[in-house]
Design a protein around this ligand. Structure first.
Ligand SMILES: Cc1cc2nc3c(=O)[nH]c(=O)nc-3n(C[C@H](O)[C@H](O)[C@H](O)COP(=O)(O)OP(=O)(O)OC[C@H]3O[C@@H](n4cnc5c(N)ncnc54)[C@H](O)[C@@H]3O)c2cc1C
Length: 332
């Protein structure tokens, strides 16, 4: 155990500004630090990364550890994991949090292994217990349980956190933070993978996490052709379409529309849920919706019980009915 009370957040700035996961974790780290009396720190590796350093300070980082070097221009899992491990050995943070992006999912387990500490992947919440330890809350046993996990002895306490789980703090233009600039170590491992070119592939459904209105279709929509109606409704109400796992597996919509444990966490003002049973792996990611309208033939479906308005009916008929009603309203 160390005396350091620092909570570190790995700066994942790829696809910035669309990907906000680092800012979201910094916000949660700030509220955790209030309970532990610790300091919130970001860690940034890369080349010409000052804009991210400033951004992290404006979103809650009180201190930023930076290694800024042309040798880090291209992301390398070996180098980044090595650097993070070195820094942890040197500065001994109490906690290390990483976004559960592909980048974080690659780095975090390696760092945990090098440090011989535990790691809870895909957390959907983080708390502090009465002993000041990090409570890592994550779906477990195939998603059938929500587990509260602690790391009693090893440090740092490590967790990855799903994008969209927490709300980022408002940008504070007056925020001041300490910046610790560190040199690139000379013993960086030789990279096994060399990046020749990278290109940004925009996600069609990246707006899902930010949308005010989300329309989710489940297996109860019946077919790909019927599922398409949801896009028409989304277009009319300026919403985004999401889906459950069977729908994604059936290729009615692409994988990036998946909502749930293995997909996106959403927090819309209104959620329409058509033909969705409400398995925990799905509902864990929709509980932040302000208002839920569920449409299902089965009144006992979990989604119907969670809903503010539960309509016991055929999902397709209700979808067509809403489309007609909205169109009529627009015409009036
Ligand atoms: C490790 C793991 C991770 C998982 N991750 C995810 C995840 O991220 N996201 C996810 O969604 N799932 C995930 N799942 C799968 C999850 O357990 C459920 O199987 C899935 O969410 C069910 O999808 P569904 O509600 O569309 O289908 P079903 O459970 O088959 O439900 C269909 C519903 O439609 C209703 N229905 C049928 N016909 C009609 C009709 N004509 N009109 C109205 N209602 C109708 C039925 O009453 C039923 O309630 C995961 C599972 C595991 C094991």
């Amino acid at each position: 155990m160390t005396d350091s009370k620092e909570i570190w957040v790995l700066g994942d700035y790829r696809n910035y500004f669309h990907s906000r996961v680092t800012l979201q974790i910094l916000a949660r780290a700030s509220s955790l630090a209030e309970k532990t009396g610790g300091r919130v720190c970001a860690v940034v590796f890369g080349d010409h990364v000052d804009e991210y350093v400033n951004e992290y300070i404006a979103h809650g980082a009180e201190k930023v550890y930076v290694i800024d070097d042309p040798a880090l221009k291209n992301y390398s899992v070996e180098n980044y994991s090595f650097l993070m491990t070195q820094l942890v050995h040197e500065f001994k943070p109490e906690t290390l949090l990483v976004g559960a992006t592909r980048f974080g999912q690659e780095i975090a387990p390696r760092v945990a292994k090098y440090l011989k500490t535990g790691l809870t992947a895909d957390c959907i919440d983080l708390e502090i217990d009465e002993k000041g330890r990090l409570v890592q809350i994550a779906p477990s046993f195939g998603g059938n349980l929500i587990a509260k996990i602690i790391t009693p002895e090893k440090r740092p306490q490590m967790a990855t956190v799903r994008p969209g789980t927490f709300q980022e703090l408002t940008h504070d233009y007056d925020a001041k933070g300490e910046v610790i600039r560190l040199p690139l170590p000379s013993d960086l491992p030789k990279e096994k993978i060399r990046c020749i070119r990278s290109e940004y592939k925009p996600s069609r459904n990246r707006k899902l996490e930010e949308a005010d209105i989300v329309i989710i279709g489940g297996r109860g929509m019946g077919s790909k052709r019927k599922f398409k109606k949801l896009f028409e409704l989304a277009e009319l109400v300026n919403g985004e379409v999401g889906a459950t796992r069977p729908v994604v597996y059936a290729d009615w919509i692409s994988h990036d529309a998946l909502v749930g444990q293995a997909g996106k966490h959403i927090k819309p003002r209104v959620l329409f849920s058509f033909g969705v049973s409400g398995a925990i792996q799905h509902t864990a990611a929709v509980t932040d919706a302000d208002f839920i309208v569920a449409i299902n033939k089965n009144p006992n479906a979990t989604m119907m019980k969670m809903a503010d308005v539960a309509i016991m009916a055929d999902a397709n008929q209700v979808c067509s009915g809403i489309i007609r009603a909205v169109k009529d309203k627009i015409r009036d």
